[in-house]
Design a protein around this ligand. Structure first.
Ligand SMILES: Nc1ncnc2c1ncn2[C@@H]1O[C@H](COP(=O)(O)OP(=O)(O)OP(=O)(O)O)[C@@H](O)[C@H]1O
Ligand SMILES: [Mg+2]
Length: 355
């Protein structure tokens, strides 16, 4: 857990980069920081691993003031992908990846295996790339190595400052997908800076929107889109690409009366017409009941599926409602009505109609 408590940063020349900054990032959460250039995103990141000291306030990691940690141990446990690609030019890719594992005194064999595994994970053939130098890689490939280098020594926290800025849209989407998958698998705490609202909404469990060193709104992507608190937030949200690209957890309705708990189902006598979705006490999807019968192959949708893909599924017309799952947890339900009201809202926002 990372906690900022009333943090301020004023640079020696008087620039007030960060003000009244209080934010809690839970363990295993992926938080995206977004805001205009110069709003203080990089400054915020660098304060976490003490590359920059705050002027006032305190930052805690797992309840301990970061100043109370040994600075080397603190940094080894925080993977950092810099805003500019910063591989060591004279070292091979393998050596670049091995820097922190070596400091942590990992065994040679472990380091080699880890490097191979990470390269393969981002689609770089390890036997081809391990022995090359950064100048022998394309910009996008270097960025991928920058990302996996930050993961190499298995840190608890990963900071990523616009890690995909030099990538074409397709590689970018591929890497976003990799990060999302990776985050689901390893459940690390990740702070991810981006300029791109689509990226912020697609990746973040929470999105923290900043302006001039302050937090304007921090919320789930769904809340941010549905309930922007200020016109600044609305304008930012309005910069998204086509609404069809939106992830469906933003479009989906809240878990509603169609959802029943397993306990209630076990007790009750559900013979009613219509569809009911059954979840357990941990919000995990269990099954669905259609006209009183348990459905065997009820279709569920993943929360990060783009709307256009979900619409294909809806058009098949197999179900009146689709559970939206984040991993196996139920985060919402999707119906045609949700899609229509979302598109209506989007169009109204684009046309400047006030809702
Ligand atoms: N060393 C420094 N000395 C003085 N001012 C600085 C210094 N570093 C950053 N700043 C200023 O602090 C503010 C925040 O900078 P920061 O780099 O955190 O912004 P950012 O949100 O990361 O921007 P970008 O999206 O362009 O990367 C800016 O006004 C910047 O000019
Ligand atoms: Mg920056």
């Amino acid at each position: 857990m990372i906690q900022f408590s009333d943090v301020k940063k004023t640079y020696p020349d008087g620039t007030k980069a960060i003000n009244d900054f209080s934010l809690k990032i839970n363990e295993g959460e992926l938080v995206t920081l977004i805001g205009p250039s110069g709003c203080g995103k990089t400054t915020t990141m660098k304060m976490i691993n003490r590359l920059i000291e705050p002027t006032a306030g305190t930052i805690y990691i797992n309840g301990t003031n970061i100043n109370d940690y040994n600075i080397h141990e603190l940094r080894w446990n925080i993977g950092y992908v810099l805003q500019q690609i910063a591989l060591f030019p004279h070292m091979t890719i393998e050596e670049n990846i091995a820097v922190v594992p070596e400091m942590k005194k990992w065994k040679r064999k472990e380091i080699r295996e880890r490097s191979e595994e990470l390269l393969e994970m981002v689609g770089l053939n390890s036997s081809t790339y391990m022995h090359r130098r950064p100048s022998e890689l394309s910009g996008g490939e270097q960025q991928r190595v920058g990302v996996i280098r930050a993961l190499a020594a298995d840190p608890d926290i990963i900071l990523m400052d616009e890690p995909f800025s030099a990538l074409d849209p397709i590689s970018r989407e591929q890497l976003q997908h990799d990060i999302k998958k990776l985050h689901q698998e390893i459940r690390k705490t990740i702070v991810f800076v981006t300029h791109d609202i689509d990226e912020a909404l697609a990746l973040g469990d929470k999105v923290c929107l900043m302006k001039e060193g302050r937090i304007i709104q921090v919320d789930t992507p769904q809340q941010l889109v549905l309930h922007p608190e200020t016109t600044f937030v609305k304008d930012f949200i309005g910069e998204r690409k086509s609404p069809w690209q939106t992830a469906i957890d933003v479009v989906a309705g809240d878990v509603d009366s169609r959802v029943i708990t397993k306990a209630a189902y076990d007790k009750g006598d559900y013979t009613e017409q219509g569809t009911f979705i059954i979840k357990d006490e941990d919000d995990k999807f269990v099954s669905a009941l259609v006209n009183g019968q348990l459905a065997d192959d009820f279709i569920v949708l993943k929360n990060n599926m783009p709307l256009y893909k979900a619409t294909d599924e809806l058009q098949k017309g197999h179900q009146e409602v689709y559970p939206v799952l984040k991993q196996d947890r139920l985060v919402g339900t999707l119906t045609y009505k949700d899609v229509l009201s979302y598109l209506r809202r989007e169009t109204a926002a684009k046309d400047g109609v006030i809702q």
